[in-house]
Design a protein around this ligand. Structure first.
Ligand code: NAD
Length: 304
């Protein structure tokens, strides 16, 4: 099988064989005769980008999320699509926790003052978990890893998911509630649902209005779950926002409106990216390719 990997950074490079490109598929302007390509979320797969791969049979996205791929376009061309189901969910959960603790204890926010020579606690009242309700949106692999970790800090954990994992709720001592109640009771929200038609802008302007003043949102899932324009308008009602993902990551620039909000901690979609995960991602990419060759549907998201 003729294989190429796109969006390859220097950390994963040594674990991948075959042809390697450090750029995304839309930056490729040539017709390339590969049977299989692996990509990351920076590569947008649609009818236009697929035109340059006339021989393609298999796409492996080295991601859990698949919202950067037009599955109908793949189906039309008879291309199979595999994603990596899990390369270490705990890595993303740990990053969500890092964003949360960094914000609650002002670790990022106080840096600017220190760099101006001011060594004073007075502007930096922290936030304690005591008495706060942690709300987890999406209790799949990453959501549950997050709950296992936040359990050490939090008194009360509630969750909202279209699929309720009652065993996990019992084992990890949290309770499922309806969406309205979830929104109204949550002090600290961590988002772990995938981006689908149903979840796009699930946190919209009306939902933000119903959330508690001084509440917190952490999003390590996909930017499109939150209506960014509304978030910018309502940012001041939140204690702070910790975002690893944005709606428009590809067009990020110094003029991004969220950079005008003083209470936002942004990271550049790095939650997945650890010394542990890069090796797992590379291994799992080859597992997907092997599964395809063996007609094994593990990891397949589209049946063609
Ligand atoms: N920031 C990063 O680096 C990074 C890395 C990996 C994954 N992610 C994101 O995290 C997401 C979650 O990953 P996962 O492995 O936990 O996925 P998962 O499939 O194990 O869990 C997702 C959960 O969301 C729930 N869900 C689906 N639709 C919902 C809805 N409408 N309302 C509420 N809940 C809903 C599902 O029932 C499921 O329990 C991925 O889809 C991906 O977008 C981000």
């Amino acid at each position: 099988m003729n294989i190429a990997h796109f969006d390859v950074d220097s950390n994963i490079r040594s674990f991948l064989h075959d042809d390697i490109f450090n750029y995304s598929v839309q930056e490729n302007k040539k017709s390339l005769l590969y049977d299989c390509i692996s990509i990351k979320s920076a590569s947008i797969i649609n009818a236009k980008t697929l035109k340059n791969f006339p021989q393609l049979k298999l796409i492996v996205t080295r991601t859990v999320g698949t919202n950067h791929i037009d599955t109908n376009a793949c189906r039309d061309k008879g291309i199979s699509l595999y994603h990596i189901i899990d390369y270490g969910s705990y890595n993303i959960a740990e990053h969500a926790l890092a964003l949360l603790l960094a914000g609650m204890h002002n670790i990022v926010f106080c840096q600017e003052e220190l760099h101006h020579g001011i060594f004073s606690y007075k502007n930096w009242l922290g936030i304690s978990f005591k008495g706060k309700v942690v709300g987890v949106l999406g209790t799949g692999r990453i959501g549950l890893e997050f709950i296992k970790r936040i359990r050490v800090f939090a008194d009360t954990i509630i969750a909202y998911d279209v699929y309720q994992n009652e065993k996990a709720a019992k084992d990890l001592n949290f309770s499922y509630v309806k969406f309205e109640e979830f929104i109204e009771r949550t002090d600290i929200m961590s988002i772990h649902a995938p981006q689908t038609e149903e979840t796009t802008h699930i946190i919209n302007g009306n939902v933000m209005k119903k959330m508690k003043k001084g509440s917190i949102i952490i999003n390590t899932s996909r930017g499109g779950l939150i209506d960014t324009a509304e978030l910018v308008k309502q940012a001041e009602k939140f204690s702070f926002l910790g975002l690893d993902v944005l709606e428009d990551e590809e067009s990020f620039s110094i003029s991004h409106p969220l950079l005008t909000c003083k209470n936002v901690i942004l990271t550049p979609h790095v939650a997945f990216f650890t010394d542990d995960s890069v090796k797992n991602i590379a291994n799992e990419t080859y597992v997907c390719i092997q599964n395809y060759l063996n007609n094994d549907n593990t990891g397949k998201v589209l049946l063609v």
